[in-house]
Design a protein around this ligand. Structure first.
Ligand SMILES: *Cc1c(COP(=O)(O)O)cnc(C)c1O
Length: 432
């Protein structure tokens, strides 16, 4: 793709964009002057699809008008409401419909999955994770290891980037698994790393992990709705994701979970069970023998919050309107490619891009490290960030010097990306 550092070029790209109109399906926050914000924070909280608002309102009305009968009435009864999300989730992660389920929240699902898939023995007891994992993942893994009576110092194995590098090399992950795999019970890595935006080679990690006898699960918080995946074909054991980032389903919304068909009939797997995972035919007989549904639904514990599921359904229908995840990914590659081009063209002396350049290794997010020169205040990065926010940009700040920006295919335009570059440039000039 040949980019040009000109506003006219950005406007032309928007004109040629076959899914530019999908932006109108979202509520875009306004700046003080009444103009749309340049919202580049979809990696943290995605914007509200208008369909989500409509669907949530619809369920509130059902409740008002029908009371308990809403469980069984109308086109979208609450009893099976989570099932209306299966197809959309399956398309996003490359799964069979019965391998995915909407339930709980992300960290809770990591715990439930580890109950089933972290089965340490005396010799195979370690969990491989990534050194710079999201804090919640560290806490979850450490607490699971301790729960089984192991010492995290010994039982949690970390993969990290080489000295002086930002991303983790695929070959280093695979080598570590080959070298240490005999002692690893579970590999739990991100699909997309939250800080750098790096995409992990989930397919190879799963293959090599299985060759060494490890279970393999992924945290897809930053991957679902962002990059293409084939969890079923890759034979991934389990995966978990939240729905409020690239899935635009509202703050704290219900999460998603994948369990490979290989495990659906294995009744010997330990699990923390609840009535919603019990066989649907006999659920309401209220007998006390747990009979798991032969699908990912067996891992459900409670009946889910339907208002939140309605918001997710609105988001999934919006993705469908756009033509699906493949179309979105194509646009996202162009958007983030344009952003990278603009930064390298004009800001190479001021900004390092931490996100890998290879298209297979990056999603919609670029992590920009503000370069600090000798004599600069350590707060310079934060001051630049504050200036761009004042100028109408919403992005994400991480100490000491990183601005994460996520131009997302559904509601960001090439013009957003160009305007962001102009604003960043002037903030850097102002603060130098
Ligand atoms: C966003 C995120 C979380 C948040 O966890 P919740 O349980 O949804 O609060 C956890 N892990 C990763 C990797 C994340 O990106």
């Amino acid at each position: 793709m040949q980019y040009e550092n000109k506003l006219e070029f950005a406007l032309q790209m928007d004109q040629l964009d076959p899914i530019a109109k999908i932006r109108d399906e979202f509520s875009i926050p306004k700046q003080g002057n009444g103009e749309d914000e340049i919202y580049l924070c979809g990696n943290s909280l995605g914007l509200q699809p208008k369909l989500s608002a409509e669907y949530v309102k619809r369920e509130l009305d059902q409740w008002a008008n029908l009371g308990v009968k809403g469980h069984f009435s109308g086109d979208f009864p609450w009893m099976p409401y989570h099932e209306f999300l299966s197809e959309g989730f399956a398309d996003l992660v490359g799964a069979k419909k019965d391998e995915v389920v909407a339930m709980n929240t992300l960290t809770a699902n990591l715990h439930f999955m580890m109950v089933s898939f972290y089965q340490p023995t005396k010799t195979r007891y370690k969990i491989l994770m990534e050194d710079h994992a999201f804090p919640s993942d560290h806490y979850a893994v450490e607490s699971q290891v301790k729960f089984h009576g192991f010492n995290p110092e010994d039982a949690v194995l970390f993969i990290k980037p080489r000295n002086g590098e930002d991303a983790i090399r695929d070959e280093d992950v695979l080598k570590l698994i080959e070298d240490e795999g005999d002692s690893i019970a579970l590999i739990m890595l991100p699909g997309v790393q939250y800080y750098t935006g790096q995409v992990f080679d989930m397919k190879s990690i799963t293959r090599v992990g299985h060759e060494k006898g490890c279970k393999v699960g992924f945290d897809l918080a930053h991957a679902t709705g962002n990059v293409l995946m084939s969890l079923h074909d890759w034979q991934v054991d389990f995966a978990c994701w939240c729905t409020y980032k690239y899935l635009n389903s509202g703050p704290g919304s219900v999460a998603g979970c994948f369990v490979h068909q290989n495990h659906h009939k294995n009744e010997s797997l330990p699990r923390f069970a609840g009535w919603w995972g019990h066989d649907k035919e006999s659920r309401f007989k209220m007998e006390n023998n747990f009979k798991p549904i032969a699908s990912a639904e067996a891992w459900q514990v409670s009946n889910p919050p339907v208002l939140s599921l309605a918001a997710i359904r609105g988001s999934l229908d919006t993705i469908k309107k756009a033509g699906g995840i493949k179309i979105l990914r194509e646009k996202a590659i162009k958007l983030s490619g344009f952003l990278r081009f603009l930064i390298e063209d004009e800001l190479a002396n001021d900004v390092d891009i931490l996100t890998p350049r290879d298209l297979n290794s990056c999603g919609s997010q670029l992590s920009l490290a503000i370069k600090l020169k000798t004599g600069d205040s350590p707060e310079r990065g934060k001051e630049i960030f504050d200036s761009i926010e004042e100028a109408g940009v919403t992005a994400d700040w991480r100490y000491p010097n990183v601005i994460r920006v996520a131009p997302v295919a559904q509601y960001n335009s090439f013009q957003d990306v160009f305007n962001f570059k102009e604003i960043l440039l002037s903030a850097i000039r102002k603060n130098s």
